[in-house]
Design a protein around this ligand. Structure first.
Ligand code: MAN
Length: 357
């Protein structure tokens, strides 16, 4: 499998991003949606911030208060009620409920005429919504729709769970928020670029525990806001250790001769994130034609193996240029990276037939 990482990787790191307040520290710029236009590449990045460490053993995490002001939640590191071992969240030992995320993310635009030398805006695209984004907005994915609009899905996180919100734009600068389109617990939502059989389609990933698994689902809509016809599409394969824990769509489906090609992430028992591909039927995307048995892209470089959440490659943007899939992805929940994957190698890695699915 031919994967050419951009030689300038990582393309954006924490030091390239200005904290949104002087008392905040940027702890990650990663998982970005993106599109190429005639002017260059626009990314919308997830920027994670914490309150700067005062060295007093207290973790302070920004959150949005009712009314929209930003406050801080405080946790003493020595408090026995909490488990601090997952760098992403503070978990109550009793009951395993997530008490807080360890950082608060918001979405920022970055632009590079050459697709490599990105400059990130100093302020978020829009303020977080106090009701649904008290703990942040994460993992944007952008699709250029056939009617010329840009549709961005992203995770809205609050104490009530993580759901999926939608924003629309004509110019990638001004975004009109449409609110939450999928209630908790759901994430990893990507919209197809065009209507198929007269309707819009999207992939999404409910988060299930106990009955069912965190698999990829498909749904349809006439207006992009109200979604129905939900159907299970592809599951974690217990016989494939690299994706036995959960899977989720990465970037929006890409149209190829043989169907719709979807990059997705797979998570193993050690919580390492790798990338595989699915091929869906062109006329009926509810039908999976083929899938890659092995990952096509996995953490190898130091900026993918070590970081805020190590051993993670997490693509949220991808498109086809000639015989290449260009992807922008998060490395170890810390930085923005880019890579070019051979399209023909991906197509050759797909295995067709029921046993492969
Ligand atoms: C979850 C999400 C992603 C993140 C991965 C790895 O799937 O929160 O944003 O990149 O975990 O930490």
């Amino acid at each position: 499998m031919c994967v050419m990482r951009m030689k300038e990787n990582p393309l954006l790191v924490c030091a390239d991003v200005k904290p949104s307040r002087p008392d905040f520290t940027v702890v990650g710029v990663f998982n970005c949606g993106g599109v190429r236009t005639e002017e260059g590449v626009t990314l919308v990045c997830r920027v994670a911030e914490m309150c700067s460490d005062r060295g007093d053993g207290v973790i302070r995490i920004p959150h949005v208060e009712t009314g929209g002001t930003i406050g801080a939640m405080e946790f003493n590191r020595s408090d026995p009620r909490y488990d601090f071992t997952d760098p992403r969240a503070i978990v109550e030992r009793d009951g395993r409920r997530v008490a807080a995320l360890s950082s608060m993310s918001s979405l920022r635009r970055a632009f590079a005429p050459d697709g490599v030398h990105f400059v990130c805006d100093d302020t978020p695209l829009f303020p977080l919504d106090p009701r649904s984004e008290e703990w942040g907005a994460e993992d944007p994915r952008i699709t250029r729709l056939e009617d010329g609009q840009y549709a961005m899905t992203y995770s809205s996180v609050s104490r009530n769970g993580v759901g999926v919100s939608l924003a629309l734009s004509d110019d990638l600068v001004t975004w009109n928020r449409q609110g939450m389109i999928l209630p908790p617990a759901n994430k990893d939502t990507v919209i197809f670029p065009k209507k198929i059989d007269g309707t819009w389609w999207m992939l999404h990933r409910p988060i299930l525990d106990g009955l069912g698994a965190s698999d990829i689902w498909i749904a349809s809509s006439s207006d992009l806001v109200h979604w129905g016809g939900h159907q299970h599409l592809a599951g974690c394969r217990t016989g494939q250790p690299w994706e036995m824990r959960k899977i989720g769509a990465g970037a929006h489906p890409m149209e190829v001769d043989a169907g719709w090609l979807v990059l997705y992430h797979g998570v193993d028992e050690k919580e390492h994130y790798r990338v595989g591909a699915l091929l869906l039927d062109k006329q009926d995307p509810r039908s999976v034609l083929a899938r890659t048995p092995q990952p096509i892209f996995q953490p190898e470089e130091p900026y993918e193996r070590n970081g805020f959440f190590s051993n993670t490659v997490f693509p949220c943007a991808a498109w086809i240029e000639g015989d290449e899939v260009v992807t922008y992805y998060g490395g170890a929940d810390s930085c923005v990276c880019g890579a070019r994957l051979s399209l023909s190698d991906i197509m050759d890695s797909l295995v067709y037939g029921r046993r492969a699915l």
